[in-house]
Design a protein around this ligand. Structure first.
Ligand SMILES: *Cc1c(COP(=O)(O)O)cnc(C)c1O
Length: 397
C-alpha cells in the first residue's frame, strides 16, 4: 500500500536520537532549548515553545490568550478534531465559519458576515478565532487579522499542516497576523518529532504563560529559591504536563535540518501531479493563492461527489492508500450532541463529499507516483465508461 503520507527517517535522525539516549537528559532539557531556539530562528519569531503535541499547544495557546468557560471560539469545519476540541478543554463553546471552496480554508467573506451578526447580538462574539491552513496553504491572514482586530478577538493559527509555508514572503509562524501559531510534528506532518508540537508568539507574557502551563503551572525564579532554598518551586495556577522530551526534540532538530529538502520534494511531486492530472475530466485540485507558498502537507483533489466512494475504494483496492480530509467537525456525534448537524455549513459539507487526498510525502518516488496517477486514470476512466453506457441505456428507454 502506498500511503497518503508518511515520515522520512534517515540515519542522521537515528544518530541524533541515540545521542540523547546516551546523555544525562531525557525529558525536557538542553535539547528542547536548542530545538526551540532553532525553530524561533527559522520561523522569524520571538518565542517558540515546544509541547507534547499540537493538540496540547492549541489548548494552552487558547488558555494563555484568555479563552475560558462561557467564551466562544470559531474555527473551520474542515479541520482535524483538535482545532475545535481544544476550545472545549477550556470550557468554551465552539462555532464554525464556513469555507472558501477554492482553497477549503475559512472564508473571509463568511467570517465578516458572522462578525457582523455578532455585533447585532445574533451570535455570541468569539474570544478567539482559529484559522486552519488546510493542506499547507496559508489562510488570508491579513484580512482575518484586520477583521478580528476591530473586535479585539485573539487569532490563533492552526498551522499543523503548514510548517515551511510562506505568506506574503514571510514564514507562517512568525505571527505577523496572529497572537500565536501552533504546529504539529506528528509523523504524517511536514516534519516529525514522533509526537510533538510547537507554539510560537511574539508576546512575552503569552510565552511565559505557555511555559508555565506546559509544566504544571509551576514557577521557579532566582528570587524564590534565594528566599526559601534551592528546592523551592511555586504553583500559581493549574497547569499540565505538556512537555516535549529531549529525545523528541533531538529528532526535531535533525528533521529541521532537512525541512527544505522535504519541502522541495513535496513541491516537485505536486508539480508532477498538476502536470499529469491536468487533463483528467472531473478532477480538480485546490486553487493556490499567488501571495503564498503552500507547505503541501496534503495533495487534495475534488471529484464528482456521486463517484467519490467508487474512486476512493477503487484506489484502495489497487494499493493506493488515499484518505479523506476531513469529515466536517460539526457533523461528529459529539458536536451533534452540542446542537450542530448536517446542513449547518453547506460548503464544508459539499467539499467533504468531493475530496480525496492522494499520496504525497518526500520518500514517494516518481515511479510510485506514476503508479498512483495511472491507477487514478484507470479508475476514473471506468467511471466515465459506466456513466456513458448508463446514459445510452437511458436514451434507449
Ligand atoms: C494533526 C493536526 C492537529 C493535531 O496535531 P497533534 O500533534 O497530533 O496533536 C491539529 N490540527 C490539525 C489541522 C491537524 O492536522
Amino acid at each position: 500500500m502506498i500511503p497518503y503520507g508518511r515520515q522520512h527517517i534517515g540515519e542522521a535522525d537515528i544518530a541524533a536520537v541515540v545521542a540523547v539516549l546516551r546523555s544525562d537528559w531525557l525529558t525536557q532539557g538542553p535539547t528542547v532549548e536548542h530545538f526551540e531556539a532553532a525553530m524561533a530562528e527559522r520561523l522569524q519569531v520571538k518565542h517558540a515553545v515546544a509541547v507534547s503535541s499540537a493538540t496540547a499547544g492549541l489548548h494552552i495557546a487558547m488558555q494563555a490568550l484568555g479563552v475560558r468557560e462561557g467564551d466562544c471560539v470559531w474555527t473551520s469545519p474542515i479541520t482535524f478534531l483538535a482545532s475545535a476540541n481544544a476550545a472545549r478543554y477550556c470550557g468554551a463553546d465552539v462555532d464554525f465559519v464556513d469555507i472558501d471552496m477554492r482553497t477549503a480554508n475559512m472564508s473571509v467573506r463568511e467570517l465578516a458576515t458572522r462578525l457582523e451578526n455578532a455585533t447585532h447580538g445574533r451570535v455570541p462574539m468569539p474570544r478567539a478565532i482559529v484559522p486552519v491552513h488546510y493542506a499547507g496553504q496559508p489562510c488570508e491572514m491579513a484580512a482575518i487579522r484586520a477583521l478580528c482586530a476591530r473586535y479585539g478577538i485573539a487569532v490563533i493559527e492552526d498551522a499543523a499542516h503548514a510548517i515551511g509555508a510562506t505568506y506574503l514572503n514571510e514564514p507562517v509562524g512568525n505571527c505577523r497576523f496572529s497572537d500565536a501559531t501552533v504546529f504539529s510534528f506528528h509523523p504524517v506532518k511536514g516534519m516529525t518529532t514522533a509526537e510533538g508540537g510547537l507554539v510560537t508568539t511574539n508576546d512575552d507574557a503569552v510565552a511565559e504563560k505557555l511555559r508555565r502551563l506546559r509544566s504544571h503551572g509551576v514557577v521557579r525564579t532566582d528570587g524564590l529559591t534565594q528566599r526559601e532554598g534551592p528546592w523551592f518551586y511555586a504553583q500559581h495556577e493549574l497547569g499540565y504536563n505538556y512537555r516535549m522530551s529531549d529525545v523528541h526534540a533531538a529528532l526535531g532538530l535533525s528533521q529541521l535540518a532537512q525541512l527544505n529538502d522535504f519541502l522541495a520534494r513535496r513541491q516537485a511531486l505536486v508539480a508532477r501531479y498538476l502536470d499529469k492530472l491536468a487533463d483528467i475530466h472531473g478532477l480538480h485540485p485546490l486553487t493556490q493563492h499567488p501571495t503564498s507558498e503552500s507547505a503541501w502537507h496534503l495533495f487534495a483533489v475534488q471529484v464528482p461527489p456521486e463517484h467519490r466512494r467508487t474512486i476512493f475504494e477503487g484506489l484502495r483496492a489497487r494499493g493506493i492508500g488515499v484518505q479523506v480530509h476531513y469529515i466536517p467537525v460539526h457533523t461528529q456525534p459529539y458536536y451533534e450532541d452540542l446542537g450542530f448537524g448536517w446542513g449547518d455549513f453547506p460548503l464544508a459539507e459539499d467539499y467533504y463529499r468531493r475530496t480525496i487526498s492522494l499520496p504525497l510525502y518526500p520518500d514517494l518516488t516518481d515511479d510510485e507516483q506514476d503508479i498512483v496517477i495511472a491507477t487514478l486514470i484507470e479508475v476514473m476512466d471506468a467511471i466515465s465508461v459506466d456513466a456513458a453506457s448508463g446514459n445510452e441505456a437511458t436514451a434507449d428507454v
